[in-house]
Design a protein. Structure first.
Lengths: 114, 112
């Protein structure tokens, strides 16, 4: 059962335009959401996060939006740059058994075209 | 700052052979450590986590096992590899907040 879903395996965007990556989740226990960026043959790196008590968090060119009623979050990158080309993983987390259980989506490969 | 080392970076092993992947961390004490696997076309799957020496919890039943002999060492093992064990194995630790995780560079395992 995939509790965190990224239904778009890939996305192509022109440089300078907005990139919107989407993520849906099913488990109501999730209370913290994160986005990770991954380059080939490297480990993922943390990008941005949002608590379930908020609906928006912004960090420079990156903004994450959370719609709890729809169990949906999205990552906006504005403006998109070629260096943003990578695989983006959505992740959702909640406290379970004394540790923070993180569930990852399958990833969306973003290609920013110069 | 925290640093995660993983080796080897790449590994090709025949089916039925044993496996040992090592993860060591620097710059932190008593970290929560995790092993993830990314199989082809799939997301990151949590395999094991450890909150301390000798404390291992498994998320999914599988052909693999994990051990934590020292505070900053986490080992992933198998007695007999299967083709389905191929993938990109990542070690991670909890970051500045309990929600964020920092990942190592990973090990690409190909079982032939």
């Amino acid at each position: 059962d995939q509790q965190v879903k990224q239904n778009s395996p890939s996305l192509s965007v022109q440089e300078g335009r907005i990139s919107i990556l989407n993520c849906d989740y099913t488990n109501s226990m999730f209370d913290y959401f994160l986005w990770y960026k991954k380059y080939p043959a490297e480990g993922p790196t943390f990008l941005i996060s949002i608590s379930s008590i908020k609906d928006k968090n912004e960090d420079g060119r990156f903004t994450v939006f959370l719609n709890k009623s729809a169990k949906h979050l999205s990552l906006h990158i504005v403006p998109s740059q070629p260096g943003d080309s990578a695989v983006y993983f959505c992740a959702a987390s909640y406290l379970s058994g004394g540790y923070q259980k993180v569930t990852f989506g399958t990833g969306t490969k973003l290609q920013v075209i110069p | 700052s925290q640093t995660i080392h993983q080796w080897p970076a790449t590994l090709v092993q025949p089916v039925g052979s044993p496996l040992s992947l090592e993860c060591t961390v620097e710059g932190t004490s008593n970290p929560n450590l995790y092993w993830y696997r990314q199989a082809a076309g799939r997301g990151l799957q949590l395999l094991f986590y450890s909150v301390g020496i000798g404390q291992i919890s498994s998320e999914v039943p599988q052909n693999l096992s994990a051990s934590r002999p020292q505070d900053r060492q986490f080992i992933l093992s198998s007695k007999k590899l299967l083709l389905s064990d191929s993938g990109f194995y990542l070690c991670a630790l909890t970051g500045l907040t309990p929600y964020e995780q920092y990942f190592g560079p990973g090990t690409r395992l190909t079982v032939t």
